[in-house]
Design a protein around this ligand. Structure first.
Ligand SMILES: Nc1ncnc2c1ncn2[C@@H]1O[C@H](COP(=O)(O)OP(=O)(O)O)[C@@H](O)[C@H]1O
Ligand SMILES: [Mg+2]
Length: 259
C-alpha cells in the first residue's frame, strides 16, 4: 500500500494563483505516473473544475457525497487528457450550505487510499473554508506572489498553520517576473524567504499564456521542477531571471521595460 500525501495549497489572499498552481501541479504529477486527486474545498465558489476544463462532466459534487446523495467515488471526475488525474469539485447546487471540516475529512479519508497525492485547493481567507481545507491535509504549500500585500497574508496564514501540526510547510512563489527581479523592482526569493521563514520549493514565472494543456513553455518547466521537488524532497528552484541575463537577456529586459 502506498502512503498518500495530502497537501493543501493556501495563501490567505485570493487571486495569487492557488487554483492555477493546484491544477498545474496536479497535471504534472499525473504525467509522471502518480495518481492524483484535486479537491476543491471552496464551497459555493467552485472553479477548479473550470480551470481544469471538466465542468461539463460533473454529475455529483462534494456536498452530494457528504449528504449521501452519492458515494464519494461517484463524485470524482476523471480528467479528459490526464488519465491519472481526478477532480472532486465543490458544490454547484447549494451555495450557502454549511459544511464542517469533519465532513470534508470523512470524504477525503474515503478517497485518499486510491491516490498517491491529494491536492486540496483552499479558498481565500482564514475562516471556515480555510479550516475545512487544512483539516484534511498533512502538508501545506503556501502560494504567494512577490508583492508585499500577498506576503503579509501568507505570513498570517503561516502563523495560523502552526496550530495544525502539519508535517511540512513549503513556499511557492507565483507570478515571478524575472526582468523585474533582476532590476530590483520586486523582492528576490531570498528576501521573501527571509520574511516568511519557510523553505522555498518552487517558483513559477508570470506568463500570460498559462493554461493546463500547454506542454511547452517556461511555466511547464517550472511546474515540472516543482513536482519533482515535492516527490524527491529537493529544493531546486526554477531560475526566472535566466532568460534576462547575458547580452540577449538585457535586450529582452529593456524591450519588456519599454512595453
Ligand atoms: N503564473 C501566472 N502567470 C500569469 N497569470 C497567472 C499565473 N498564475 C495565476 N494567474 C492568473 O491569475 C488569476 C488568479 O489565479 P487563481 O489561480 O484563480 O488564484 P486564486 O486561486 O489564488 O484565487 C487567474 O486569472 C490566473 O489565470
Ligand atoms: Mg482559487
Amino acid at each position: 500500500m502506498t502512503l498518500t500525501r495530502r497537501i493543501v495549497l493556501t495563501s490567505g489572499k485570493g487571486g495569487v494563483g492557488k487554483t492555477t498552481v493546484t491544477a498545474n501541479l496536479g497535471a504534472q504529477l499525473s504525467r509522471m505516473g502518480y495518481r492524483v486527486l484535486v479537491c476543491d474545498t471552496d464551497i459555493g465558489l467552485n472553479n477548479v473544475d473550470v480551470v481544469m476544463g471538466v465542468e461539463h462532466l460533473i454529475v455529483y459534487d462534494i456536498v452530494d457525497a457528504i449528504e449521501g446523495r452519492c458515494r464519494p467515488k461517484q463524485a470524482l471526475v476523471q480528467h479528459t487528457y490526464f488519465k491519472n488525474l481526478y477532480i472532486l469539485s465543490s458544490n454547484h447546487s447549494m451555495p450557502d450550505r454549511y459544511i464542517s471540516p469533519q465532513a470534508v475529512k470523512l470524504i477525503i479519508d474515503a478517497l485518499a487510499p486510491q491516490f498517491d497525492f491529494v491536492l486540496i485547493d483552499c479558498p481565500a481567507g482564514i475562516e471556515d473554508g480555510f479550516h475545512r481545507a487544512v483539516s484534511s491535509a498533512e502538508e501545506a504549500l503556501i502560494v504567494t506572489t512577490p508583492h508585499m500585500s500577498s506576503l503579509r497574508d501568507a505570513d498570517k496564514v503561516i502563523s495560523v498553520l502552526q496550530s495544525y501540526r502539519l508535517a511540512n510547510i513549503n513556499l511557492v512563489i507565483n507570478m515571478a517576473r524575472g526582468d523585474m527581479m533582476m532590476n530590483g523592482d520586486i523582492l528576490s526569493p531570498r528576501e521573501i524567504c527571509d520574511i516568511l521563514k519557510i523553505p522555498l520549493i518552487g517558483m513559477i514565472p508570470e506568463d500570460d499564456s498559462i493554461f493546463l494543456n500547454d506542454m511547452s513553455g517556461e511555466n511547464n518547466r517550472a511546474f515540472r521542477l516543482l513536482a519533482s521537488n515535492i516527490i524527491e524532497g529537493r529544493h531546486k528552484i526554477y531560475d526566472v531571471t535566466k532568460k534576462y541575463s547575458g547580452i540577449f537577456g538585457s535586450i529582452r529586459r529593456s524591450l519588456k521595460k519599454s512595453l
